[in-house]
Design a protein around this ligand. Structure first.
Ligand code: AKB
Length: 316
């Protein structure tokens, strides 16, 4: 990963990955792209930035050639909740965008990363300690695009030899950029509301476990997997990874350790709860550990401490 084109880089993952890669490999090592340009954003202002709609295959190819990149990190995608509102649009953006990016990788012989998600699982999947290789029958359009994406990336590897790699991200928690339209977003919002109001109303019901991870561990995972020895990779698209699994009462209790007056009630969203119920409680990450040394650093309390500290400063 010496010169990387990143799509969707103003989103929750991209905005932090771009800054990390610029720091590690130099300012010109990243071609940050997004469908919109946000003036004043450091991703746009501090290094190379190009406007790119991932549905524009010709422009993607031109940019990859112009900057002579060796890797594509394809992040542009609609998340689970918003995808359920407009499933046809989600299919179009998530799949056509992915095919376009894979075609650029095939034509120019580039390394390739794109994330899958815990959303790739569904009915029939063992909910606890979900194995790496298991039943994948999601009931959401997001999940359908994620399973299809995993298969497509494996196909490009076996058919064309494109070095495709991916992880199944759990809910990602971060303080730099808000997630947009996911089912696990509550686990980010709760920290903002704890600081702003001392109170949170959870749209996810008591007892609903989902896998989660703090953003520094997610960024490390991408870098580590992309630098991993290909000989050691038995799996490719995509690895189970997770930093922790919790339900709303546990994140509340963790916040209360640092903010004893924080409280929470519930107004459960039928849509979000339905999606959450179809996802696993906790993933088995053994293959990621064994094949490329996945080793997250943050547990729930360590993450809570850091989130409250960083967000407290950010929100004044
Ligand atoms: C979502 O909730 O849609 C995402 C995910 C788990 O893929 N955060």
């Amino acid at each position: 990963m010496k010169k990387v084109l990143v799509t969707g880089c103003l989103g929750q993952i991209g905005s932090e990955l771009v800054m990390r890669l610029r720091k590690d490999n130099g300012m010109d090592s990243v071609i940050a792209t997004d469908i919109r340009k946000v003036e004043g954003n450091p991703v746009v202002e501090e290094g190379i930035f190009e406007v790119l709609d991932v549905l524009d295959a010709d422009k993607m190819l031109d940019l990859a050639k112009k900057y002579e990149v060796d890797t594509i990190v394809h992040l542009a995608s609609l998340l689970s909740s918003v995808a359920e509102e407009k499933p046809q649009v989600a299919w179009h953006i998530n799949m056509t965008g992915l095919v376009n990016a894979l075609e650029v990788a095939r034509e120019l012989n580039l390394k390739f990363f794109t994330p899958s998600s815990i959303g790739c699982f569904g009915k029939g999947t063992p909910a606890d300690n979900t194995p790496q290789d298991t039943i994948q029958r999601p009931s959401t359009m997001y999940g359908v695009t994620k399973v299809s994406g995993e298969l497509l990336c494996d196909y490009y590897y076996t058919k064309y030899g494109v070095d495709t790699r991916g992880v199944r991200f759990p809910g990602l928690i971060s303080y730099e950029t808000l997630p947009g339209g996911g089912t696990t977003d509550y686990a980010v919002e709760i920290y903002y509301k704890a600081i702003e109001k001392g109170h949170y109303t959870s749209p996810i019901g008591k007892g609903t476990y989902m896998d989660m991870m703090y953003m520094p561990d997610a960024i490390d995972a991408i870098v580590k997997l992309m630098n991993a020895d290909p000989e050691k990779l038995v799996h490719r698209n995509a690895f189970n990874i997770s930093g922790m699994s919790f339900e709303p009462e546990e994140i509340k209790a963790s916040i209360q350790k640092y903010m004893p007056d924080f409280d929470m009630d519930y107004d459960v969203s039928e849509k979000l709860q339905g999606i959450a119920n179809s996802w696993p409680n906790s993933l088995d990450t053994t293959c990621a550990q064994e094949e490329w040394g996945f080793a997250p650093q943050y547990d729930l309390d360590a993450m809570t401490k850091d989130m409250l500290d960083k967000l407290g400063k950010k929100l004044g």
